[in-house]
Design a protein around this ligand. Structure first.
Ligand code: DAH
Length: 340
């Protein structure tokens, strides 16, 4: 039996030297040291050995087993190392290759549009005032002359946070904040910001969008000032040749109220799909600040007058750049964003 074990040991040692891969090594392990391997098979023959000889044969067998195991792990290390070296040789890394630079980013199309608007109004003496997106029901509605029972509340579908707090449906509540902060100074501010409406999302309406509100309060402010400001802004933003018209309208916080239109920048007033064949595009709601709103802001309506306006940001950008779907703005698709 000892001879047989000796033979297997030799055989195993010899074939181990020939091995070239981990796969082959695993096969080798199975063949000699596996449960059904050669060594185990011989040890099964122990029964036939006289009992007094068994311990020494057993010890010898174990010695061989341990020896082969050690050889196995040495070989394993060797083969692994060889494999890594081979891989390194195959994949040479050329550290002198120039890298692929990540280009600089740029401002989002909405940010660019907002900044153009800021520039135009800043040149007319308007400061920027930022009011919060989360507003009280009081500022968003009540103090703007839209009481709870008022049917005009239906003009703004609202995301409520609780009974008294909401996501502003327009930038107009900022008017109250500015007046309360600035009194008794005259005011000339724009209030840009995001607005939120509980509406279906379509190609033409998102439930988050920007507005730029404007407010001027002083001692001799008239509708003429509002008209001049709007005409100047439209021409500066959309082209010197723009025509602007004012239509009577209704908003609870202005009296009188108007809607500001300009001739369609695509068809120049002839009529097309974009202007729905009217030749005109609506760019803002506006009007003379309602006496109740002035009073709520702390300004005595017998002494002060004011005008206000509110304009969209995405819609005019869509017209200017021929963007067909408002949803593109906030999809973060670089193929879209890179065009501007
Ligand atoms: N807040 C109005 C809206 O979101 C827009 C608006 C209209 C603002 C007239 C004004 C204004 O300041 O005078 O529909």
């Amino acid at each position: 039996m000892k001879e047989e074990l000796e033979k297997i040991k030799k055989e195993a040692e010899n074939s181990l030297q020939e091995l070239k891969s981990i796969d082959e090594l695993e096969k080798w392990f199975k063949e000699f040291l596996g449960k059904k391997g050669k060594l185990s098979r011989i040890l099964k023959g122990m029964r036939n050995i006289p009992p007094d000889k068994r311990p020494s044969v057993g010890a010898f067998a174990n010695e061989i087993k341990e020896f082969l195991k050690k050889e196995y792990s040495l070989k394993e290390k060797e083969l692994k190392k060889a494999k890594i070296e081979e891989e390194l040789k195959a994949k040479k890394l050329d550290i002198t290759l120039p890298g692929r630079p990540i280009g600089p980013g740029h401002l989002h199309i909405v940010t660019q549009t907002l900044r153009e608007i800021y520039k135009v109004f800043a040149s007319m003496g308007f400061q920027i005032y930022e009011a919060p997106d989360v507003e009280t029901e009081e500022n968003n509605f009540e103090l703007l002359n839209i009481p709870a029972y008022h049917p005009a509340r239906e003009m703004w579908d609202t995301f409520w946070i609780n009974d008294k707090v909401l996501l502003r449906t327009h930038t107009s509540p900022g008017q109250i904040r500015v007046m309360r902060e600035y009194y008794p100074e005259p005011i000339r501010v724009i209030l840009p910001g995001k607005c939120y409406r509980y509406e279906d999302i379509t190609a033409r309406s998102e439930h988050q969008f920007y507005q730029v509100e404007g407010l001027a309060v002083g001692h001799n402010i008239t509708l003429t000032d509002l008209k001049g400001t709007m005409i100047n802004a439209a021409k500066r933003l959309f082209g010197e040749e723009r025509k602007v018209r004012f239509r009577g309208s209704y908003f609870p916080f202005t009296e009188p109220s108007v809607e500001v239109d300009m001739d369609c920048i695509l068809c120049k007033g002839k009529g097309c799909r974009v202007c729905k064949y009217t030749g005109w595009l609506e760019i803002a709601g506006a009007g003379m600040t309602h006496p109740v709103v002035l009073k709520n802001g702390g300004y005595d309506p017998d002494e002060w007058t004011g005008f206000a306006f509110g304009m969209g940001v995405e819609r005019p950008a869509m017209l200017k750049y021929g963007i067909e779907d408002i949803r593109y703005f906030y999809k973060n698709d670089l193929r879209f964003l890179r065009q501007f």
